[in-house]
Design a protein around this ligand. Structure first.
Ligand SMILES: [Fe+2]
Ligand SMILES: [Fe+2]
Length: 216
């Protein structure tokens, strides 16, 4: 594993990372000005039980975006490549829009964020930091695989959301497009293909996250 050039620089990044963590978990995400895709959708006609189901699914997606913030921050903290760090930051800004849209939709659905978010943030940050320390090819490979798995997950949620929950659907459709873009960019920049057992472990980890945050 290779660490950043100077301990001071690493310290700075860790302090910034801690600030980012607290804001991601406890504060309202910063507004980049990018329009919320759900704002221009038709009024939904979901009943109460559909609302509860949509709320659970959107809580999972909100936690997924908490994880995304942590992964990108972790990856940027240990990456030695300034250009890659900028790319990670750009993608992380888009992920922050996703976080904001999911948080807004959760409020509309009168649902709570997951109580497990601090745990998911911490574990995702460690995972991201490990990938970052392994060098660019593996870091990008981890990013591409994560985003591909997220796209598959979003497809699954689009089949499970109530048909007339237009607002949640619009958010997930835009997220899906962005996540696929992040994966493509990572591949274009030379992402390694992760070994099958690693991909399998990542799938197990995300299943654990999605199945618990659906309820808690
Ligand atoms: Fe996202
Ligand atoms: Fe993503």
């Amino acid at each position: 594993m290779r660490l950043p050039d100077s301990a001071t620089e690493l310290c700075d990044r860790l302090i910034l990372g801690a600030d980012q963590a607290l804001r991601t978990i406890f504060a309202d995400p910063a507004d980049s000005g990018r329009p919320d895709p759900s704002a221009s959708t038709a009024t939904d006609t979901i009943n109460d039980s559909e609302r509860r189901k949509a709320a659970r699914l959107m809580r999972v997606n909100h936690s997924g975006e908490v994880c995304a913030q942590a992964l990108y921050q972790g990856q940027a903290t240990t990456s030695r490549n300034p250009e890659l760090r900028r790319q990670l930051q750009r993608a992380s800004d888009e992920e922050n829009d996703h976080l904001r849209w999911c948080a807004g939709r959760l409020q509309q659905l009168q649902a709570n964020k997951s109580l497990l978010n601090p745990f998911w943030y911490a574990s995702s940050f460690i995972l991201g930091a490990t990938a970052g320390a392994l060098g660019d090819r593996w870091n990008l490979g981890f990013l591409a695989e994560t985003e591909n798995q997220v796209v598959a997950h979003l497809d699954d949620h689009l089949t499970r959301l109530p048909e007339s929950d237009y607002a949640s659907r619009a958010i997930l459709e835009q997220m899906k497009q962005d996540e696929a873009g992040h994966a493509t960019e990572a591949v274009q920049r030379g992402a390694a293909t992760l070994p099958a057992p690693v991909r399998g472990l990542m799938r197990i980890g995300s299943r654990l996250m999605t199945q618990t945050t659906y309820w808690i």
